[in-house]
Design a protein around this ligand. Sequence first.
Ligand code: NAD
Length: 257
Amino acid sequence: MYPIDLSGKTAVVLGIANQRSIAASIAQILHQAGANLAVTYQNERLREGVAKIVEPWSGTATIECDVSSDDNVEAAFDAVSKEFGRVDFIVHSIAFANRDDLGGRFIDTGREGFRLALDISAYSLLPVARYGAPYMTEGGSIVTLTFQASERVFPGYNVMGTAKAALENAVTQLAYDLGPEKIRVNAVSPGPLDTVSSRVIKGYRTMKRAHEERSPMRRNVTHDEAAGTALFLCSDLASGITGQVIRVDTGYSIMGI
Ligand code: NAD
């Protein structure tokens, strides 16, 4: 039994592509804590893989949701509410940029690539909150995933750093909007973790090595540590925390050199 008990609560987790997805670790720990789960997948191509991942978690609903369409987000939350009624937690673990924009010089980022990265990786938190919040009738917690490239230069992260800066700002403004409804909005900011998305970033290996060599704890963070922080932010233990970015990076971000 986990010290955090979320039985009777419902969590919507967006952003599982495969077993390595941070969202998969978060969904698993929320399930272990007793929450009902609705898990979304981006498109038909990912449906079967996601269904396999959630198979051991009985009662979990799988619903399609492409966040590039507001209608799709609205329909996904309608489907969740039909299945579970109230929603208590939403985990937004979604980002996308063209592979060409995750390497080389930031200065060369094209207008369309910039727009796409900001749309999927930052703007999408707004419709997710807008269409999810009305079902959070007893308050709740929205958690997104960010990275320290929002404020420091990590070569190769490029336009995704701009997107994370926008996302972190959105977290503060959504926290303000939704605070009166007792809905908290926060971001978890893990160090580098091996996933489909991170591996395409040129310079990812260098980032991982730097964290291992220079962080106070001299190692990289784990999927479970990132997921545990998301669980904490969903739980009542974090009832006074909103609008924050919580770094889970073995301390890398405090270093000056
Ligand atoms: P991942 O590739 O497993 O997850 C990214 C998810 O975004 C995928 O499930 C993908 O289907 C989804 N997605 C992309 N476009 C979408 C769309 N239009 N509609 C719906 N879903 C869409 O990689 P991940 O590393 O688990 O990434 C999850 C989050 O964690 C991202 O926000 C990422 O920036 C963040 N993050 C990752 C790391 C890392 O090192 N892996 C570190 C810090 C933050």
